[in-house]
Design a protein around this ligand. Structure first.
Ligand SMILES: Nc1ncnc2c1ncn2[C@@H]1O[C@H](COP(=O)(O)OP(=O)(O)OP(=O)(O)O)[C@@H](O)[C@H]1O
Length: 636
């Protein structure tokens, strides 16, 4: 097993990891204070008229030692997640004050991010990858290639699979709401495994047992405790209401109520402590339930609320009183250690300067993972192909075997327009939610400095594009030949190129929308509205020159109009129609082009404008994604 932050390697200034083993030696000496926090307070601005500040955490102090597993327990809204986020350096917005020290020194955002691991409550993972693939790709992306050869990354994965008892599920897909995959407990263990790959010093877990049955919950907590003790990791986890067995597994507990500490200390002495201040836990009651009941405000009546508030306040006061001496000594210790020693500076520098994988390696790994994930999604791919075939037959036979006459000219315009529109909706809508989900996985993965945004973005572009091309090429070719557009190889390929260019613009648009929206619900509102506007102003329903100047500018940013113009000019130039005597008729294709104002720009100018529009959208999508993925954490 490879130790990224191997003590010896650090003190000797070498960055080469130590030999692999089943982690017999802990990373930090057992019992060493890894994280220390003093007078930690957190406030947020309320939405009230006077924009008053609400205190979520009140002057919280404590410490976590190597090898210890600490549970943060409290009722809903007690501030558990807020405390976990503050300690892990993931708090966003509001005012954070107090002091947090990592091994006696101020935390450095860059290095701390790589030393700690955070397992979120939602296990965001690629559903189509197996357990082994998920861990392997995480290892490839997270462990620097220069220090870990491929075999060593593979060994690290095997060690994590063993430690988390995932052997039986190694070839099972992660799954999602549509595809049956691993069990909830296994899923959580995979999620923990991806974080353990880098040998963190600190492990934070937000509600790791939520949604799990009691057996799975116990297994998760016991495994985490075992690994933490074995590897000298200081582990902190929030947990809502643990069973008595799980409660007794923890080395220490932080009991939190209304942002105040009611008890922090060894789990084994909690019952005695509460008995000592007048709250003896009934013999057959789960202590965790009993403590949470004591700490919960009772909203059933005003009287009950006042009484419970008083109780919570007295519990917090009693603990503060009890801890006064200890806090003073802890502050004194902190004061003496709040200076960076050369050793700690070396460690921070080493962690901060950990080599990253090179860009091409990151891109190639992400692209391989994307392809695998996409190719495994058989229902999605089959849906795309069926849609391509079905729509080509439907539209093809709707405009079957068009003639070179007046009606045929009218219908050819219709075909060109339908093709242009088909490069938007059917491309954007199915891929939008797929991209959005993967964007969120990327944001989670990047919170532990995994890979670059550019590598992710380009990998998405280069996987979504060919998949859309293939299914839509079937549509285009089917419609082209069944409806009998001009049988000319040059015209066919120009039409196909226009169609593909439009698809590329659509992929850029979906990346832009998928990067910008905060929820998929918003995406599903914005995208159809924009696409409907593109369709309405596409050039068929209203001749562009007749549209009111207030709205005429839309043409400049409308890919449908550029695409339609290319397809129409490509089809109509050079056509001559037979006219029925006595009926109004276009005599040539050029007449149609002039009548519908689709010849304002040449075919090649339209191509250029179309691709420029795509490039602008792709660049905007990238900038927005960077902004969205940018950490806005408050540091102490
Ligand atoms: N940024 C914020 N803006 C407004 N209120 C916030 C913010 N962060 C936390 N809170 C509030 O602080 C309180 C504590 O939130 P937190 O999520 O830490 O609770 P919790 O103990 O983890 O609860 P649960 O078990 O339900 O997840 C809640 O009332 C929450 O609404």
């Amino acid at each position: 097993m490879v130790a990224l932050f191997d003590e010896e390697a650090m003190t000797e200034g070498a960055h080469t990891p130590g030999p692999d083993s089943a982690r017999s030696a802990p990373l930090a000496p057992q019992g060493e204070v890894i994280l220390q926090w003093d007078s930690l307070s957190y406030e947020v601005k309320t939405k009230s008229k006077d924009a008053a500040w609400r205190t979520i955490l009140h002057e919280i102090s404590g410490e976590a030692r190597a090898g210890e597993t600490i549970a943060i327990i409290g009722s809903s809204g007690a501030g558990k997640t807020t405390l976990l986020n503050a300690l892990s350096g993931r708090i966003v917005g509001g005012r954070l004050s107090g002091r947090i020290l990592f091994r006696g020194a101020k935390r450095h955002p860059g290095s701390f991010k790589r030393i700690n691991a955070y397992v979120q409550q939602d296990d965001l993972m690629h559903p189509m990858l197996t357990v082994h693939e998920t861990l392997s790709y995480a290892a490839r992306l997270r462990l620097p290639d220069s220090q870990y050869a491929a075999e060593r990354k593979a060994e690290r994965v095997e060690a994590v699979i063993r430690q988390l008892r995932l052997g039986a599920a190694r070839n099972t897909k992660i799954g999602d709401e549509l595809v049956r995959g691993v069990s909830g407990g296994e899923r959580k263990r995979v999620s923990i495994g991806t974080e353990l790959l880098t040998d963190p010093r600190l492990l934070f877990l937000d509600e790791p047992t939520s949604g799990l049955d009691s057996n799975s919950s116990e297994l998760v907590v016991e495994l985490v405790k075992g690994i933490s003790a074995e590897q000298g990791i200081a582990t902190l986890m929030t947990i809502h209401q643990p069973s008595a067995r799980i409660f007794n597994t923890f080395d220490k507990v932080i009991l939190l109520s209304q942002g105040r500490i009611v008890y922090f200390g060894p789990t084994s002495t909690a019952i005695d402590y509460f008995a000592g201040i007048g709250y003896p836990c009934p013999v057959h009651e789960n202590p965790a339930d009993y403590f949470v009941d004591l700490m919960t405000l009772d909203y059933r009546s005003d009287e009950a609320l006042a009484k419970s508030r008083e109780r919570v306040q007295s519990l917090a006061d009693a603990f503060a009183q009890n801890e006064k001496g200890a806090v003073a000594s802890s502050a004194a210790t902190a004061a003496t250690t709040d200076k960076s020693s050369p050793e700690l500076d070396a460690e921070a520098a080493a962690a901060h300067s950990l080599p990253r994988n090179n860009w091409f390696y990151e891109y190639a790994t992400l692209a391989r993972r994307d392809w695998l994930n996409l190719l495994r999604n058989a229902p999605f791919l089959a849906g795309q192909l069926v849609q391509g075939v079905f729509m080509s037959l439907l539209i093809g036979f709707m405009f079957f075997n068009l003639k070179l006459d007046s009606l045929g000219a009218q219908n050819r315009l219709g075909v060109a327009f339908v093709i242009a529109v088909n490069a938007t909706f059917p491309v954007i809508m199915p891929f939008l939610s797929l991209y959005y989900k993967e964007r969120n996985i990327m944001i989670r993965e990047r919170s532990s400095a995994t890979y670059r945004v550019t590598a992710f973005y380009l990998s998405k572009f280069t996987t979504l594009l060919p998949v859309s091309f293939i299914s839509n090429a079937i549509f285009f070719t089917g419609v082209y030949f069944i409806s009998h557009l001009t049988f000319d190889a040059g015209k066919y390929f120009i039409g196909l190129a226009a169609f593909f260019s439009m698809i590329a613009v659509s992929v850029a648009f979906l990346l832009l929308v998928g990067s910008a929206v905060k929820s998929m619900d918003v995406g599903f509102i914005i995208a159809p509205v924009v696409l409907t506007i593109q369709l309405l102003f596409g050039g068929l329903f209203a001749v562009p020159s007749t549209i009111t100047p207030v709205l005429r500018w839309i043409r400049w940013v409308n890919p449908v109009q550029y695409g339609f113009s290319i397809l129409a000019q490509n089809e109509f130039r050079g056509q001559v129609y037979t006219c029925t005597p006595g009926r109004e008729c276009y005599s040539t294709g050029e007449d149609v082009i002039a009548a519908y104002s689709v010849g304002r720009f040449t075919i090649w100018q339209n191509f250029l404008l179309l691709l420029m529009l795509g490039a602008v959208q792709a660049a905007a999508g990238y900038m927005i994604l960077r902004w969205v993925a940018r950490p806005r954490y408050i540091w102490l």
